[in-house]
Design a protein around this ligand. Structure first.
Ligand code: NAG
Ligand code: NAG
Ligand code: NAG
Ligand code: NAG
Ligand code: NAG
Ligand code: NAG
Ligand code: NAG
Ligand code: NAG
Ligand code: NAG
Ligand code: NAG
Ligand code: NAG
Ligand code: NAG
Length: 468
């Protein structure tokens, strides 16, 4: 660990709500418009890159999500706002222009000084969730580098340069955590302790690829709903970096980098459900979250990317929820790791074709899920819950669409379904890549902007399905 990474608590002016790192200015010279030759960089959040990774064995001092009474019934479906369909959308200008080359409209375009701070509980809780995510990524990328030797990485086809890239990605998380902390202020959540399911480099890469998928999708779900457009602007600039990380981990795993035309957004509680099990404990007085933890969902025949025929996998995961691959479960005769034949070779690469796709429409997918009431997350202090009725459908959340398939029950907490055959647009099969499935009590029609209305109907999940 490099000494410059050791930062002490107290080094950070936590209460500053402005993202100073993004807009450095020479103190005391407001007349300067040119960038000064040297500015002391804004400090970053305190963190450790050498934490223990053990399960929490104690007793939580508090239990349950943050909540505030009275708790209402939730939003019900309403018709569209009539004013939302009146703009002519004909390519002409319809209002006087406030200035040259300045079409009328937009939010935050009238010259009002931007304020980079949460404007509602929704904002705070969403940004705090994103911060929990940035911190686990920071720890995770360091942990992979610390846990596996250079030889382990070389054997998985990753060079010293590749490892430097993983280290750089960890450093990016320091910046993301700092930016969100500056927005949230003094009570921003801090770095926690984590526990991971992987024991090999391939499992680590698959875990990173899946964790960054729900990190990215979890933000896309709330980004357009934030009251603070200013915060949304900065978060967009960090989540685009996260999207690149997700793709790089797919490439390190030998997967096709981006087999979809769009990336899906999911509700905050879906991201929190997937994230929380890997946080073992958080510091005393850690700011808690208001999101729901749903019961965990396991994919018994989760496609395994290190198999020549990935869809032939049975019980080859090391965790529920993320359903990360088990690399030691695959006999060497069925492993694609040591092949150099195009179509089979799954070593790290910019891209690979797979002769046998990881999944296909019509595939029977076997599922099992937990009952609610399990203690999960930091200090085991959150509890899984559901308000849904009987399990009836599997929701496939991918790209722009939520599609349903019928669930055939097999016992009270297990069942099977058939992978649907749907396209987002002609030429773009909807189900591909690392995507989300969940067990629902109904086949509610939702679109990307109102997908959160699924939450009262979630029986279990989400799980990450490795469809391609
Ligand atoms: C302020 O900025 C101006 C223009 O860049 C520069 O000439 C001047 O030296 C600066 N003054 C101080 C005190 O830094
Ligand atoms: C979600 O939005 C779509 C329009 O995009 C609408 O048809 C649908 O009814 C909405 N779903 C719910 C549950 O409100
Ligand atoms: C500018 O726009 C903001 C919202 O974007 C609004 O709150 C504010 O009143 C507007 N200011 C003026 C001077 O019109
Ligand atoms: C969680 O555990 C840590 C480490 O034992 C402890 O410092 C912290 O106070 C605990 N927090 C809660 C909410 O129980
Ligand atoms: C791959 O495995 C699936 C599931 O066992 C099987 O149906 C399929 O025929 C296999 N494909 C090949 C090419 O062996
Ligand atoms: C999956 O494998 C684990 C150990 O490898 C075993 O404990 C478990 O019972 C298996 N589950 C199923 C559904 O086959
Ligand atoms: C991974 O697979 C191996 C070999 O089947 C098995 O021994 C091990 O228990 C599995 N790991 C987990 C976490 O299920
Ligand atoms: C593929 O692997 C075989 C056996 O390991 C080796 O002889 C051959 O040179 C390799 N081909 C390429 C193109 O790397
Ligand atoms: C890779 O797959 C694409 C699309 O299926 C196909 O057009 C192309 O020929 C394949 N390339 C190789 C080298 O197999
Ligand atoms: C996913 O995309 C890859 C790359 O285009 C393709 O080879 C594969 O067949 C697709 N899988 C499914 C399930 O459509
Ligand atoms: C339920 O699923 C398990 C695992 O796939 C299978 O072994 C069992 O036969 C199934 N039972 C029924 C009644 O379908
Ligand atoms: C998927 O979403 C797009 C964009 O909303 C829509 O045009 C298309 O009809 C949807 N496809 C399916 C199968 O639902």
């Amino acid at each position: 660990m490099a000494p410059h990474r050791l930062l002490l608590l107290g080094a950070l002016p936590l209460a500053l709500a402005l993202p100073r790192a993004s807009f450095p200015r020479a103190p005391g010279n407001s007349s300067s418009s040119a960038a000064p030759s040297h500015v002391t960089p804004a400090p970053v959040v305190p963190y450790s890159s050498s934490q223990a990774h053990t399960s929490f064995a104690g007793t939580p001092t508090t239990t349950g999500a943050l909540s505030e009474t009275p708790i209402g019934p939730g939003a019900s479906s309403l018709p569209a706002n009539p004013a939302a369909t009146t703009y002519p959308s004909d390519g002409e200008l319809h209002s006087p222009e406030p200035g040259p080359y300045t079409p009328a409209g937009g939010v935050g375009t009238n010259g009002t000084t931007p304020v980079y701070r949460p404007q509602s509980d929704f904002d705070y809780e969403s940004l705090a969730l994103a911060l929990y995510q940035e911190y686990i990524e920071l720890d995770l990328f360091h942990d992979g580098l610390a846990r596996f030797s250079a030889q382990d990485f070389e054997a998985a086809g990753l060079t010293a340069e590749d490892r430097s890239l993983i280290e750089f990605m960890a450093d990016q998380e320091v910046g993301h955590a700092t930016m969100l902390t500056n927005i949230l202020g003094a009570e921003a959540p801090r770095q926690c302790s984590y526990v991971y399911p992987y024991t090999t480099v391939h499992e680590f890469l698959d875990f990173c690829q899946k964790l960054t998928r729900f990190g990215e999708s979890g933000v896309y779900g709330f980004l357009p709903h934030l009251d603070s457009r200013e915060s949304a602007a900065l978060l967009t600039l960090s989540i685009t970096t996260e999207a690149r990380q997700q793709m790089i981990f797919r490439q390190f795993e030998g997967l096709f980098p981006m087999p979809v035309w769009f990336e899906a957004g999911v509700p905050q509680s879906w991201a929190w459900t997937l994230l929380a099990p890997y946080i073992s404990s958080c510091p005393e007085d850690q700011t808690r979250l208001a999101w729901q933890n749903f019961p965990a969902l396991s994919i018994l025949n989760q496609p395994n990317p290190v198999r020549i025929n990935g869809s032939a996998a049975w019980n080859e995961t090391v965790s529920s929820g993320t359903n990360v691959l088990n690399s030691t479960a695959v006999p060497s005769s069925q492993s694609c790791l040591s092949s150099n034949t195009t179509g089979i070779d799954c070593s790290p690469a910019i891209t690979h074709n797979r002769t046998n796709p990881l999944s296909y429409p019509g595939r029977e997918v076997q599922l099992s899920w937990e009952v609610p009431g399990k203690a999960v997350g930091p200090n085991n202090s959150y509890v899984t819950s559901t308000s849904a009725g009987r399990p009836k459908y599997v929701a496939w959340v991918t790209q722009l669409n939520v599609t349903y398939s019928e669930l055939t029950l097999n016992g009270s907490q297990s069942g099977s379904t058939i992978q649907p055959d749907v396209a987002t647009y002609a030429g773009d099969p909807a189900i591909n890549g690392t995507m989300f499935i969940a067990i629902l009590d109904t086949d509610l029609y939702v679109t990307p902007f109102n997908i959160t209305m699924l939450n009262p109907h979630v029986v279990a999940g989400p799980a990450l399905y490795q469809s391609g």
